[in-house]
Design a protein around this ligand. Sequence first.
Ligand code: NAI
Ligand code: MG
Length: 493
Amino acid sequence: MRRSRTLATIEPDFLGKWEYAPAPESTSHLSIRSSYDLFIGGKWVSPKSKKFFSTINPATEETLASVAEAGAADVDAAVRAADRAYEKYWRRMPGKERGKYLYRIARMLQEKAREFAVLETMDGGKPIKESRDVDVPLAAAHFFYYAGWADKLDYALPGRKARPIGVCGQVIPWNFPLLMAAWKLAPALACGNVSILKPAETTPLTALHLARLFEEADFPPGVVNVITGAGATGAALVTHPKVRKVAFTGSTEVGKRIQKSAAGTGKRLTLELGGKAANIVFADAPLDQAVEGIINGIYFNQGHVCCAGSRLLVEESVHDVLVRKLALRIRTLRLGDPLDKNTDVGAINSKMQLEKIKELVQSGVDEGAVLTQSGCVLPSKGFWFPPSFFTNVAQSFRIANEEIFGPVLAVQTFRTPDEAVEKANNTMYGLSAGVWTDKGSKIFKISQKLRAGVVWANTYNKFDPTSPFGGYKESGFGREGGRHGLAAYLEAE
Ligand code: NAI
Ligand code: MG
């Protein structure tokens, strides 16, 4: 039996997308150093480990820079520098003054927005229109937002006195490198803590350029330290005895390991891990609008999004029409050069991630699901995967349960609202969900029953620094963003 089909077989005379002339963003304003040291105690220091590794552009496989690999001695030096800065400067500084430093970073990020957007796109593979319109403005917005809290912390915990925790070890992933740095640093610093930030090994460059901003903004040395390296560096950081608070975003597997290592140490911990979010579409939903939301939910940033709407639950009566609309729409998505302003779908972040996506997609085909792909031509160099979705998906299939973290959607059906809720909650994760319906009352009813940290209604993947974000179950614990996000970085007296 034939289990996979291309769009050509569904819509033979559909003409496809309009062809645009290439419109690549210029890279001439950007200076990438050939090699980056560690940013420790306000200085750029070469690693005691003497080791370096390369970071590449996943769209071209070209090496962009070589980056220091922090060993245990380097991690220790960074933690000690942070601890000194905490005692000497940061914990003593009035909130009003700390706020000024953070406002400065927010403004500098805005001034250098183009540099950061291009760098983010080159190092990670995401389309420039996303790094330009989402990642960088949101990162600046987080610094603005938490700068405002710096002198109002006693109002964050009504009736109690707020105190900082101390040295924070913050480990972030490769899907939103600059934005995750902002999510971690802005609230920590606003609350009077100091930080050692460790970006992911495939995307260290925007965090290193952010360190340059902290340097230019005259932050007291050691308040922010940026150390690069892979899992071993992260592990040395989060297990360091002087680190009082650990914040981690990444895979559930590593999150669990960190939780084990932190047990009994008295360290404060927040984890933001994986997801397998359901986008629930009722028959009364505006279907064309829903298609745009579904597309944004799963193909945004190549599906490298922990809260991606990677499962589509559609009411049976509109399944066929919705799938047909979806099949036509994915054909119009432009995949290719991430620096091109018209590109919708960029490169997969790494070869390893591409292998993982391919393996899971193959499991879907083997288990009997029907694969529909956009049929676009993939560039010969770099790591790419076409926008794809599966129909005929049984609940037991791996593609319905495991996080694919790529541009691959699993479509299932339901008949009643209760069945929709049951299927949506039938996952080990609980980070986000979406509900599409014309009826406001249904939105309230369904969203209250969904065990997910964020529920979007008639939209998807919308973020704001004032809104808390975080998960249930194996998606982690703790909240980032908003007033709730301050609690993770404060001690209440
Ligand atoms: P990962 O969890 O290994 O990497 C995330 C960060 O943790 C990186 O900075 C890494 O260097 C660091 N790290 C790795 N091992 C560590 C350890 N033992 N202690 C402390 N830090 C450590 O994620 P990976 O391997 O890059 O991706 C694997 C899968 O994880 C993806 O396919 C995806 O499903 C999921 N993922 C989820 C993310 C999310 O936003 N929730 C982000 C990245 C990946
Ligand atoms: Mg890279």
